[in-house]
Design a protein around this ligand. Structure first.
Ligand SMILES: *Cc1c(COP(=O)(O)O)cnc(C)c1O
Length: 366
């Protein structure tokens, strides 16, 4: 049996004809950047998240950058975040001109440790960026209470968590402003690049609209120095079709995660993703922790099972951030997670027989 890590192609999937039709219409329309498809998608995605507004942009990385800038992050500021994320979380902080300040994660979830975030606040701290890693919402209530008390903004990195819920509310509606990615492999993925910012306040959404379009509110009248960071109509048309199935796909992901939990729970030495009762995760990734992760990967690969590493090197140990002066040992929980994590194949279309096969091979390999 072969179990690929992801299954992104449309060919043969139930959604294929609808996507082809939507793309054909967008192609014929002559409006390729922004326009009615993008505006309709923005309304639908805001509703999906329970946010007042959504603004389509050209990537999750730009969504984060624009969210930070709209929230008032400026050169010289510090922004607290986790070292255990995709590099873009830190890159966006750097592109806004600020300094990422890392704090360690919870060893079971890999999510930012709120107590440590509190300890890292200085007079220069302008914002905190929690990452809803693997589709699990960060511990938002204490984080929001802390931020309110200290007068700093909370910017959600929701790039892996479209539709995840924290105490009955969806990510993207929890902090001041949030960033989403529609990179093809995300739970809601375009057929190309895309992203969105959601915001509770029209003023923040307006700032993002300016930033994504060269700072212009009216053609050739530029209020600020902005970016070329717009969403295109073909991607918006595809995203509108896919958004209608997202709840169903997310519940299929949860069902598959539950099957993995059941199949793996008895195997000694395997640490499963925790599932606290006050959150509804969307399992962008299904990540377990084991010793000798690299050996396990090789053995699974030999049996036709593809796995991933998210992420093998925490951001504070990346050469790109050497100048910040962090060293190995600074964030033991993140470093240990990075050395023990292995992502198993998980997507809506994954079959129960494949999950059983992965679990059997995994048990044999250990
Ligand atoms: C994917 C991702 C991003 C960046 O999104 P792009 O669309 O690839 O630019 C940022 N943060 C996290 C946590 C991500 O997973």
């Amino acid at each position: 049996m072969r179990v690929p890590f992801a299954d992104l192609g449309l060919r043969g999937k139930p959604i294929e004809p609808e996507i082809m039709g939507a793309v054909a219409e967008a192609l014929a329309s002559g409006t390729y950047i922004g326009g009615p498809e993008v505006e309709a998608f923005e309304r639908e995605f805001a509703t999906f998240c329970g946010a007042a507004e959504a603004v389509g942009v050209d990537s999750g990385t730009h969504a984060l950058t624009f969210a930070l800038l709209a929230a008032g992050v400026r050169p010289g500021d510090e922004v607290i975040t986790t070292p255990f994320s995709f590099i873009a979380t830190a890159e966006a902080i750097s592109h806004a001109g600020a300094t990422p300040v890392f704090v360690d994660v919870d060893p079971a979830t890999g999510l930012i440790d709120v107590t440590r975030a509190a300890g890292a606040i200085t007079p220069k701290t302008r914002a905190i960026v929690p990452v809803h890693l693997y589709g699990q919402p960060a511990e938002m209530d204490p984080l929001l209470a802390l931020a309110r008390e200290r007068g700093i903004a909370v910017i959600e990195d929701a790039c892996q968590a479209h539709g995840a819920e924290y105490r009955g509310r969806r990510v993207g509606s929890l902090g001041d402003i949030a960033a989403f990615s529609f990179y093809p492999s995300k739970n809601l993925g375009a057929c190309g690049e895309g992203g969105a910012v959601t915001a509770g306040s029209p003023a923040l959404a307006r700032s993002v609209r300016l930033l994504r379009d060269h700072g212009q509110s009216k053609r050739y009248h530029h209020e600020i120095v902005g970016y070329n960071g717009r969403l295109d109509a073909i991607q918006a048309a595809i995203l509108r079709v896919k958004l209608r199935s997202l709840d169903e796909w997310n519940s299929q992901r949860r069902k598959n995660a539950l099957l993995y939990n059941q199949a793996l729970s008895e195997i000694p030495g395997v640490f499963l993703p925790p599932h606290p009762l006050h959150v509804l995760p969307v399992y962008h990734l299904y990540v377990i922790q084991v010793e000798n992760r690299d050996r396990l990967r090789e053995r699974l690969a030999a049996r036709g099972i593809e796995t991933g590493l998210h992420y093998p090197v925490p951001i504070h140990l990346q050469p790109a951030y050497r100048s910040l002066g962090y060293r190995a040992g600074n964030f033991p929980a993140a470093e240990r997670f990075a050395s023990r994590c292995i992502s198993l194949p998980l997507y809506p279309e994954l079959m129960e027989s494949q999950i059983c096969y992965v679990a059997d091979r995994l048990e044999a390999a250990l």
